[in-house]
Design a protein around this ligand. Structure first.
Ligand code: GLN
Length: 291
């Protein structure tokens, strides 16, 4: 089959399957499975491709037509410029979450500039999943100590693989939110900064998510229980025990959760509460200082 025929075949089939980003994904398929970049394609769209690579292409295309997420098919996902391994054990890192990491990094850099600190800044990433938040923070700010935790043993195993692959020396702990810290020496259980992108979709809304998410991403990484706020409640309530004085809490939130999460934070002694928007202009990040 000629490259140009393959390209229109992929694009048509993805479009028929209802995949909106079919144009973009078509280029991804060509590059990933046939090693044909956009430039290669335009240099010689008449090139014939056959054999094993066409068989694999067909196999992957069938899965994608069934709305299996592209990132799980490829086995990795780019986040903050790093390549994270992903599979069905963890949520696929979202671009919006990069805004959360940027806010945290901005804070750490300002804090480091404020003057000589004797102790290292300690960061806790709760509900770490693939590890994308905590590992990126460690890679971009190597002088901070980062602890990652998740309830899922599978997620911790996968995050450990990512930390190893990307060369990020972090501490990984399995357990239910702060309970995971029981495995650390007492003096290591307090932090300057807690960051989390917890599950925040109300249970009743899960069934309306796109099939890629609803049918393939781990429900425990999405389900924020009845009102979607269960993890914000539990993390905010427990924060005082694990944040140093003046410590910061950073969350990713759903677009309509800023007020509710802001109120929760205020109730539990947080001040200087700030909400930031994502690239689409929706409320996405909230942070506050424990006073
Ligand atoms: N912290 C991970 C991420 O942001 C996982 C989040 C989750 O499982 N809710 O991708």
């Amino acid at each position: 089959m000629k490259l140009k025929e393959i390209r229109s075949m992929i694009c048509d089939r993805l479009k028929k399957a209802g995949i909106e980003s079919c144009e973009y994904e078509c280029w991804v398929f060509l590059d990933w499975l046939l090693s044909v970049t956009r430039a290669d394609y335009y240099l010689n769209p008449e090139r014939e491709i056959s054999g094993e690579s066409m068989r694999i292409l067909e196999e992957m295309l069938i899965k994608r037509e069934g709305h299996y997420p592209l990132q799980y098919l490829m086995g990795d996902c780019e986040f903050m410029g790093y390549s994270f391994h992903v599979d069905e054990r963890v949520l696929i890192p979202r671009q919006d979450t990069e805004c959360l990491v940027e806010e945290v990094i901005h804070f750490i850099e300002n804090r480091s500039r404020e003057g000589e600190r004797e102790d290292r800044i300690r960061v806790l990433d709760l509900c770490t999943g693939s590890g994308c938040i905590g590992i990126s923070i460690k890679l971009l700010c190597p002088d901070v100590d980062v602890v990652l935790s998740d309830l899922s043993r599978d997620a911790i195993d996968l995050a450990a693989g990512n930390a190893r692959k990307l060369g990020a020396p972090v501490t990984l702990l399995q357990g239910d939110l702060y309970d995971a810290l029981d495995n650390l020496p007492l003096e290591d259980r307090s932090f300057d900064l807690i960051v989390s992108n917890p599950p925040y979709i109300p249970t009743g809304v899960l069934k309306d998510l796109m099939p890629e998410v609803r049918d393939h991403e781990p429900p425990m990484a999405l389900d924020g229980r009845e009102d979607g706020l269960m993890y914000y409640r539990r993390i905010t309530e427990g924060a005082r025990r694990h944040l140093k004085e003046g410590g910061m809490l950073f969350y990713e939130i759903g677009a309509d959760q800023a007020e509710a999460v802001g109120d929760l934070m205020q109730c539990h002694g947080f001040t200087e509460i700030c909400v930031r928007k994502d690239l689409a202009g929706l409320d996405r990040i909230i942070c506050g200082r424990l006073s």
